[in-house]
Each structure stands twice: as C-alpha cells, then as structure tokens.
Design a protein around this ligand. Sequence first.
Ligand code: A2P
Length: 290
Amino acid sequence: MPTNNMTEQSPVTDTKATAIPKVPALPDAQTVTEVKHYTDRLFSFRCTRPASLRFRSGEFVMIGLMGDPDPKTGKKKPLLRAYSIASPSWDEELEFYSIKVPDGPLTSRLQHIKPGDEIILRPKPVGTLVHDALIPGKRIWFFATGTGFAPFASLLREPQTYEDYDEIIITHTCREAGELTYGAELIDALKDDELLNEVIGEGFWKKIKYYPTTTREQSPKMGRITDLLRSGEAYKDLGVDPINPKNDRAMICGNLAFNLELKAMLEDFGLVEGANSDPQQYVVEKAFLD
Ligand code: A2P
C-alpha cells in the first residue's frame, strides 16, 4: 500500500491537508464567471474582481494566461495584453470585451475560456480615457471602432458621465453588423437597469445618442464615422450642431489609422488633446487588436 497517498489516510491527515495554505494555480489569478460569444471574431467575459482593485471607469489593466513552457528551460511566463475594463468602477465583477485572432498568441487561447477557469489580472489600472483628463463641457463624444467600444461600455454605466454632460454621443464603426451587437445590447439594457435609473436619475439614458455604422456589410447606416462627419451626414442624422471646442469633449478608442484620422479632425475643429496631468478637450487610446 502506498504510504504517501493522503486521500486514503485517516481524518487526521485530512485536517493537516486543509491546514496547508491553498496556492493559486496562477499568480494574480481571477476566476471567470461568464462568457458570451457574439461573432466568430468577438466575445466578452466577466471575472471576479480583486477586493483591493480600485480603478476609474475607462481605464485598462494587463490580463492574460500562463504561456507555454520555454522549450529550453521548461519555465512558463505569463502572456499578458492591455485590456480596457468594460465594466464600470462600481461593479463587483470585471468585464472585458475581446477580439479573437486565430493565430494571436493570447486571444487564440483566451477565446476558449469557460466559467470556472482562471485568468491572470495585474491589478494596476491606468489609462487616459477618464473623466479626469477632460475639462468641463456640455456634450461628450465617444468614438469607437471594433473592440474600442470597451472603455465606453464602462463609461456609459458610470454615473459621472451623466453628471458631467447634458448629451452623450456614442459612435461605433465596425466592418459587419454582428460586431455591433455587444454595444447595441448594452445601451438597450440601460433603459431597464433599475439600479442605474435610481442612482443616476430616472430616464438618464435619454441623454445618449447612439450612432452605429458598418463599412463592409449592409446595415441601416453605412460608412466610416470620419467620412460621415466630414460630409455633415452624421450631424444631420443625429440632429446636432457640428463639433466645437467650447461645448464638445471627446474620447477616441479604435484602430491606429482611425485614431490618427479622428485626432487630426478634432484638432482641426480646435480641440486640444488632454492627459491625466493636463486635462483638455479630448483624449485618445488604442484599442486592443492582437
Ligand atoms: P473599413 O472597413 O472601411 O476599413 P478593423 O476591424 O480593421 O479594426 O476596422 C474596424 C472599423 O474601423 C472598420 O469599419 C473600418 O472601416 C474602420 N476604419 C478603419 N480605419 C479607419 C479610419 N482611418 N477612419 C475611420 N474608420 C476606419
């Protein structure tokens, strides 16, 4: 009979076993609680939140999985990427919205996570898409492409957004209609969110103007937001005045080319880029793409 088989020994041994501190399988491990798939390219998931994690809505953290062992040393290293936190700062869990890249080092594996699995989360939130980086204004524009919607998913559920602004315009440009689902469902759910309607004020969601567009598949509104702003079509559709530095504030989160183009457009309108240390009229951040 093996002498080291703890499970077959007396209850005394069991007591000893439970007295050994439980070592988490991963450093900074958090447990996945929910996963939703939207298209073959997009999914969202929720996980537990470390009790000590404080962040401002719109910030990002490094998350990931343990990488494969190094063929030479056999050592494993965490594989981490920057992800905007899609849940608001008051939520007891954390939510993330992710692309799936078939041969992406992290997302090719991350897309297979299930409730109960563990992910690594480095609890050091940072970022510029925060209210602190903007000076007061009347109207705020959230400009997103693809998974760049994530920080706005947080800010749209953040009471301060509605305290600071009379009007919130969220534009989301994606290739295909199915890529709009996460954002569309989230905005729709605000109407029936009892907690937010109570905390922020009944009907707070009426301040939101949502402008989803697609570029490579038919949908009610086609085109890049940049082109739609340039032609004036977006203002007409939304029934709003053109962007001006006195009243308008903006946050940009999308792919690099989009960020640069929109940044140049906002500068042309006279808006100045802000930062945590120097709040101004607009801020920009690159969406996670790999
Ligand atoms: P398009 O299909 O015309 O390239 P991606 O999935 O490649 O990150 O793109 C997400 C969305 O961003 C797509 O609808 C894409 O349009 C759009 N996009 C890409 N570059 C720009 C840009 N410079 N200005 C505005 N929209 C852009």
